[in-house]
Design a protein. Structure first.
Length: 290
């Protein structure tokens, strides 16, 4: 089964989840002609700002087209506008307007999540019922946009929140960006076990969980050996491509007002990101553009 919904998740922050999500969406659109939709579930809004730029992101917030407004409506027991209307097409600062779309987050998402839970608790709902409800609403929203996209990439917040769990459960496949060091490997083993159990409990059936080494420093023997260990343990579930710690990747995150080519944006790392996209398409059997 080709993967349509892919969640990018890791308990840890700062491992390159948002950077990986954005660059993957861009290479899929530019080099594979896939229509990619990034859903930003993180109130830190990094992916939203990287993809829309500060001006368009502000416009989306003013037009109440960010995820917090969608779920706030539910918290207030009002009917939200269609999930589809949150999707902003043709974002990114890349030349040629590649098919990258965004469903943006805002910092208020944090408060909305809390208010929503509070509201449900007051009405006597149990936490499991709240989780189930969030999963259903989220999955319903995702389904409503699947006809206008080939692959949905969900950029998750660090830690485990109700929304991160919903993204885990809704996904056909999961990508876990991991810095290859000892502490991260231990964290990854625990997280992987928990994630797989959760998905199997809620959905039944096998799930695809893939790991990609990020912020990889080839000059560090620790990174080399830890990345090797991960590969030995995970086999095909580990990407062969390792995303290096490189200034050109950090720089690409900054919005450019004048459109640039993929090579201009990612500099020396353009080839690596492209290979990551190639491997992603092969591993996850991403559906061909319609
Ligand atoms: N491969 C990389 N090389 C250099 N800097 C990176 C790389 N990946 C991420 N970064 C930087 O590290 C920080 C955290 O990355 P981010 O993608 O926001 O992580 P997360 O989403 O997991 O919190 C950002 O400042 C980002 O620019
Ligand atoms: Mg992030």
């Amino acid at each position: 089964m080709p993967a349509r919904i892919v969640s990018v998740i890791n308990m840890k922050g700062g491992v390159g989840k948002s950077t990986t999500t954005v660059s993957l969406a861009e290479t899929l659109a530019v080099h594979h002609r896939r229509r990619a939709l990034v859903i930003d579930l993180d109130p830190q809004t990094n992916a939203s700002i990287m993809l829309a730029g500060p001006d368009k992101w502000n416009d989306l917030r003013e037009a109440e087209r960010t995820l917090d407004f969608y779920f706030e409506a539910y918290a207030l027991q009002e009917k939200p506008k269609p999930f589809k209307s949150l999707v902003e097409h043709k974002v990114t600062d890349l030349k040629g307007k590649p098919d990258v779309a965004l469903c943006a987050a805002a910092p208020e998402f944090r408060i909305v999540e809390r208010d929503m839970i509070e509201n449900f608790v007051k009405r006597g709902f149990h936490i499991d019922a709240i989780q189930k409800w969030i999963c259903e609403r989220f999955a319903h929203g995702l389904r409503s946009v699947l006809n206008e996209t080939d692959v949905v990439l969900v950029d998750c917040p660090p830690g485990i929140s109700l929304f991160a769990e919903a993204a885990l459960i809704a996904a056909d496949a999961i990508i876990v960006p991991t810095i290859p060091d000892y502490v991260s490997r231990l964290g990854l083993i625990t997280f992987r076990r928990r994630a797989l159990r959760l998905i199997n409990e809620r959905r039944g059936g096998p799930s695809n969980l893939f790991v990609v080494a990020t912020k990889y420093d080839e000059t560090m023997s620790l990174h080399r050996s830890e990345a090797g260990l991960l590969k030995d343990n995970l086999g095909d579930a580990m990407f062969d491509v390792r995303i290096p710690q490189h200034v050109d990747i950090a720089r690409a995150a900054e919005w450019s007002d004048s459109p640039r080519t993929f090579e201009q944006k990612y500099g020396q790392m353009a080839g690596t990101i492209r290979k990551f996209g190639d491997e992603f398409v092969a591993k996850l059997e991403v559906a061909h553009a319609l």
